[in-house]
Design a protein around this ligand. Structure first.
Ligand code: NAD
Length: 488
């Protein structure tokens, strides 16, 4: 068993208690995690607050902050194989994905390293001749970052990178499920040379840790990724400290295939869009909308691909789909499939856990064309489960695509350029991928609206969101300011 520690004020410390982390491929404990409760949360926020005001951090030039972030990116890239192994072990995410993703996470830190000294203020052409007025962009303060268990290194990079580039300090709460990669990351961060307290990493549970953190009076901004239900708690938590909040939540993203599409590409993109990461991806293309003229053929191709997917140990390079992260996720998928089938959805393939240890689940396809009220069309599975609906016309495709409370991602497959443009305009989602799916980049903003949240991660705006504007007025006249109470 491997034992991890919290990272507070530049030191590795014990929590209030310990809990086991399970290997999802066997269901057996493999590591113990420290649990942060009120005392540890308070210590972490106080450390971040001290660091925020310290001459070592507050007085550091933006270019020097950028250099530290570059050093962190180098260390991450060097340690990517080890981090990938740990993430695979703790979350069940397959090694092929964790290796590729962590190498790319380093690029996010590099992007924000480069941005650190390009966050500029402004000078205003003010309407008063004896005044100079300009805007300073200053860091907002202590950031509480709360992340879910899938892709924690990635989801934390899109918060830590821009927050540190802007000059903030951070307390990050890792998920209680699969937290080891974040505590492993703490060891790497510690080597990069940041002043102590600039980043603190906690593990613990929602009520005892996350809730205390997001209510803390010294927290200025909460950056949250997770489900909509938890997001409601977060917003309530910030009713007292009035911290600003950004929310990256779930999705039920439409993947739309027209009859004129390149079907080979569309099938491959749909397979990756829903079965990569065992479907535990906020942008999973979980609702296939396919034109009825090609529905039977497309579904048949998809079914054959789904049934050929190699399900196996996540650490094995030949594995194409690993286990779900927890037994809870598997139960959730089982219950939702049973309910949807009872509501009329047709099971095309999969639908159950295979007979083996661990939290595995078969790639599943449900045709809901005749069951428009099925729960699987509206509820996020966070598993390898695809719901399908046929459509006849472009207008129907748009209606079905927008028939959701979420608004995170979407995909359109067509060779018709004007139709592609009409779809881009009509779809209500934060991301539209055309003839591709699931592409991301540090330069491209990422986020949604509705139940998918608000705010954007990635890109320049994300760094600006960790700043506040200070308006400076400077009078340039030497004439005395007249006494306002002397009548003239
Ligand atoms: P979750 O909402 O249950 O938990 C997320 C985090 O919130 C965890 O660290 C948890 O401990 C913490 N938390 C729980 N209760 C809290 C409280 N009262 N106060 C403060 N913190 C609390 O989410 P999950 O099940 O771990 O992850 C899956 C969800 O995350 C899915 O809905 C998925 O779509 C979403 N997600 C979104 C994105 C995105 O970028 N939009 C990315 C990945 C995952």
């Amino acid at each position: 068993m491997q034992d991890y520690q919290l990272y507070i004020d530049g030191a590795f410390v014990e929590g209030a208690a310990r809990f086991d982390s399970l290997d999802p491929s066997t269901g057996a404990p493999w590591a113990t995690m420290p649990e942060a409760r009120t005392a540890e949360v308070n210590a972490a926020v106080e450390a971040a607050h001290r660091a925020f005001l310290s001459p070592e951090w507050a007085g550091m030039t933006a270019s020097a902050r950028g250099k530290l972030l570059h050093r962190l990116a180098d260390l991450l890239a060097e340690n990517a194989p080890r981090l990938a192994e740990i993430e695979t072990r703790d979350t069940g995410k397959i090694i092929r994905e964790t290796r590729a993703q962590i190498a790319y996470v380093a690029e996010y830190y590099r992007y924000y390293a480069g941005l650190a000294d390009k966050i500029e203020g402004a000078h205003l052409p003010i309407d008063k001749p004896d005044m100079e007025v300009w805007l300073r962009r200053e860091p907002v303060g202590v950031v509480a970052a709360v992340v879910p268990w899938n892709s924690q290194l990635f989801l934390s990079a899109v918060k830590i990178g821009p927050a540190l580039a802007a000059g903030c300090t951070v307390v990050l709460k890792a998920s209680e499920e699969g937290p080891a990669p974040m505590l492993e990351f703490a060891r790497i961060f510690d080597l990069a040379g940041f002043p102590k307290g600039v980043l603190n990493i906690l593990t613990g549970f929602g009520a005892e840790c996350g809730s205390v953190l997001t209510q803390h009076p010294k927290v200025a901004h909460v950056a949250f990724t997770g489900g909509p239900q938890t997001a409601r708690h977060i917003v309530r938590n910030t009713a007292e400290n009035l911290a600003s909040v950004s929310l990256e939540l779930g999705g039920k993203s439409p993947f739309i295939v027209f009859e004129d599409a390149d079907l080979d590409s569309a099938v491959n993109a749909q397979v990756a869009g829903i079965f990569a990461a065992t479907g535990q991806s906020c942008v999973a293309g979980s609702r296939l909308l396919v034109q009825n003229s090609i529905r039977a053929e497309f579904l048949d191709r998809l079914r054959r691909k789904a049934e050929a997917i190699v399900l196996g140990a996540p650490g094995d390079m030949t594995t194409e789909i690993g286990p779900l992260c927890s037994a809870r996720q598997r139960q959730h998928a089982e219950a939702l499939i049973a309910r949807s089938v009872a509501q009329g959805a047709q099971l095309v393939t999969g639908g159950k856990a295979p007979a083996r240890d661990g939290f595995y689940f078969e790639p599943t396809i449900l045709d809901c064309t005749e069951a428009p009220g099925a729960d699987c069309l509206t509820t996020e599975f966070f598993g390898p489960v695809l719901s399908v609906q046929g459509f006849d016309t472009e207008a129907e495709a748009i209606r079905l695509a927008n028939d959701t409370e979420f608004g995170l991602a979407s995909g359109v497959f067509t060779r018709d350029l004007t139709r592609a443009h009409r779809m881009i305009r009509a779809i209500r989602a934060g991301i539209v991928w055309v003839n591709t799916y699931r592409a991301v980049s540090p330069m491209a903003p990422f986020g949604g609206h509705g139940l998918s949240g608000h705010g954007r991660e990635g890109g320049l705006q994300a760094a600006l969101d960790y700043t506040t504007v200070k308006t400076v007025w400077l009078r340039v006249s030497d004439d005395p300011i007249p006494d306002p109470f002397v009548m003239r």
